[in-house]
Design a protein around this ligand. Sequence first.
Ligand code: TXA
Ligand code: MG
Length: 379
Amino acid sequence: METKLLNGNNKEAIAEASKILQDGGLVAFPTETVYGLGADALNADAAAKIYAAKGRPSDNPLIVHIADTDAVEKLADLETMNRTHPDMVKKAHMLMEAFWPGPLTIIFPKLAIVPDGTTGGLPTVAIRMPSHPIAQELIRTSGVSIAAPSANTSGRPSPTTAQHVWEDMDGRIEMILDGGAVGIGIESTIVDMTGTIPTILRPGFITKTMLSEIVGDVTIDPAIIEPDPNLRPKAPGMKYTHYAPHGTLSIVEAVADESANRASLHSGVKVSYNATEAETLRVAEKIKALVNEKEAQGYKVAILTTKEHASLYKNYSHVLIVGEGSKGQTISARLYAALRECDSEQMEYMYSEAFDQNELGGAIMNRLLKAAGHRVITV
Ligand code: TXA
Ligand code: MG
């Protein structure tokens, strides 16, 4: 199959992409979080093509993208929910009002119209209204509710540019709409509204604090915090080794100096931008020692750091600045691109500083830890 790469800001490209979706084909498109690989969510055959193109396990459900809140009642069983947990319906509406369009995915009980092929056999459906203008234009013009996972090959970092999608999907899908680099760079927050309390199944740009401000109590699926093999994450996708670069990535993190007087410490472990100078230097010394050791053995080794700390690694040849430690979104926006760069440069070992874990940082570290297979070296 020949894959077309077109400018998504062009109306004719959107019209052509819409036709492909209506005919049951696959189109990759930008959203504000990452690029999605879209198909008609209500067409089981079309959804099945997504799994084939990605090489994705078929028990891993897809997110359905809509452009209009009215679409929710056509996909979600709000009536049943209203009978069993009317307060959760109310809260879901409050979240939609507060965060849509935007990087929040909401899980509802599904209506029969949503095929099992889209939900991986689950009785629930994940719905999100993206804010990216090209995504909205595509949903509106096609009139299709678009099932879309991230447009990467299963196991690779999610794509944040059309070029990344091309690397993974050329020859496997009909079209890629190019909208340039995305703004957020990590996948949407997923919140499950099918229980008795809103539960975060995947952390993202919309943080627990932001959700709580709107609906009060919010919990986090324990399986996404601890890498405990006995806990099965409620979002099936969270159990796979996602975002894995080819080389071996480790995170180096300083254990907090107790003498440092800081407001927010996370379980005695300290990270990046509000680290003391001593802690930062300790991490840098460890990373340099590890890099020296691996390079002496003949390996290609990369260092992932922040703009603020880059000067600590002046004499090293493969230093990737992920973003500014004090601005979380510069890190989330470039994290996956940095991991892909390590792959294209054939890095065999990578050492990353831990980034700040507050708010958005929690979601960033969730992705970095997964990419590192939870290998953390503390100093
Ligand atoms: O930002 C995003 O959400 C991007 C863009 C393209 O919108 N999409 C995305 O899709 O990240 P994907 O397929 O890579 O991740 C979807 C996640 C998986 O972990 C999946 O298991 C979970 O959502 N999920 C989907 N439907 C679910 C459901 N009904 N119940 C629980 N988890 C669900
Ligand atoms: Mg994905």
